[in-house]
Design a protein around this ligand. Structure first.
Ligand code: AQP
Length: 342
């Protein structure tokens, strides 16, 4: 289907996004960016977004937000996304996302939102003081996806619930208005790194906003920082097992093995065949070397791209134009279905 037409047959189209809410982590790379690049040119139309409107659901310093948005675009490109083959753009430059989100705010139910674990985690005990935007986040995410009639959304484990809610919103809209307009989008959660955990606590996901920098590998970390974080990563005193079953009650060990497997594109069992029986004192330097080998070219390409912010802005502007040409007719038709006089 060409840009500018409303999709009715729901051909294969991928949408996903990352928040420019701080420095990118190894979790974002393995759980999202590397997989986004893997879906490019595989028979999907691919659309990837910097979701800045999501980022501001918690306070962002304006200068940092601008920088993080450009850095995320640089990260996408350095991870293998090509702005000609994929549409790369910034969410706030395509107003159709918020236009559709308002309709979805009126379709989604309060109870659905209250059940979202990300809302509960991020708002914590102080829900009364959280922003209304944080509460409504999943309706905006549904709009991000459905404004392109996207059929597939590659995400990490943590976002599965939001994609399921997107399906609920699409189904309720279709049912309420007696149409078959929005597709039932599939989450794509594959591979060994759909949930990269903190290096300090194997029960917590690696996150940009974790107060401890030692908990994560940043995509801009140099070789020394990567090696030092892996050396200090929490582990247990036992040697590595030879089979995945042996990692079951060892979250920190499992995390480091999963990271190794994902970075080397090797199944976990094959990794354990090689490293089973080794102590962490031997395995950690192997992991550091691999991480530096894979991440250094990405971080140096990001740094190079960041030297030309005007070029990044031009890529984003062109991407927004292409994205709008798909999103605009979808919103126009949605408003007609709802009964708005156009
Ligand atoms: N640790 C992770 N393991 C696997 N996938 C991850 N993702 C994030 N962290 C991990 C995936 O990255 C995509 C974009 O996420 P995001 O940055 O928009 O939001 P997030 O999931 O809330 O990421 P952070 O790092 O935890 O950000 P903050 O700290 O700002 O909330 C998603 O596909 C996500 O699954």
């Amino acid at each position: 289907m060409s840009e500018g037409q409303v999709q009715t047959a729901f051909t294969k189209r991928v949408f996903s996004g990352i928040q420019p809410s701080g420095g990118l982590t190894l979790g974002n790379y393995l759980g999202a960016m590397k997989r986004f690049a893997g879906m490019q040119g595989q028979g999907f139309e691919t659309i990837y977004c910097m979701v800045d409107l999501h980022a501001i659901t918690v306070w962002q310093d304006p200068e940092n937000l601008r920088r993080a948005t450009r850095e995320l675009c640089a990260g996408y490109i350095a991870s293998g996304l090509n702005p000609e083959d994929s549409i790369l753009f910034n969410q706030s430059q395509v107003p159709e996302h918020t236009q559709l989100a308002w309709i979805f705010n009126c379709v989604a139910r309060m109870g659905w939102m209250q059940r979202m674990t990300q809302w509960k985690d991020k708002a914590g005990k102080n829900q009364q003081n959280a922003s209304l935007g944080l509460f409504a986040y999943p309706a905006l995410m549904a709009a991000d996806i459905l404004v392109y009639h996207a059929t597939h959304v590659p995400v990490g484990e943590d976002q599965k619930q939001h994609v399921e809610l997107t399906r609920d919103i699409a189904a309720k809209f279709n049912h309420d208005f007696g149409v078959d307009f929005f597709p039932m989008t599939e989450p794509v959660i594959e591979g060994t790194a759909t949930r990269v955990m903190s290096l300090r606590d194997g029960s917590k996901k690696m996150s940009k906003s974790d107060p401890s920098d030692m908990s994560r590998i940043n995509m801009t970390d140099n070789a020394d920082a990567i090696a030092s974080k892996i050396r200090k990563a929490r582990t247990d005193p036992d040697a590595l097992p030879s089979e995945a079953k042996g990692l079951e009650d060892r979250p920190e060990a499992r995390n480091l093995v999963n990271i190794f497997a994902a970075l080397s594109d090797t199944p976990v069992d094959a990794v354990l065949k090689d490293v089973g029986g080794k102590q962490f004192s031997e395995f950690k330097p192997m992991l550091s070397e691999l991480a530096v080998e894979k991440l250094a070219p990405i971080s140096s390409e990001m740094a190079r791209l960041m030297e030309a912010p005007d070029e990044i802005d031009a890529i984003l502007a062109r991407g927004a134009e292409r994205a709008r040409s798909i999103a605009e007719p979808v919103v126009k038709r949605t408003y007609e279905i709802v009964g708005m006089v156009r």
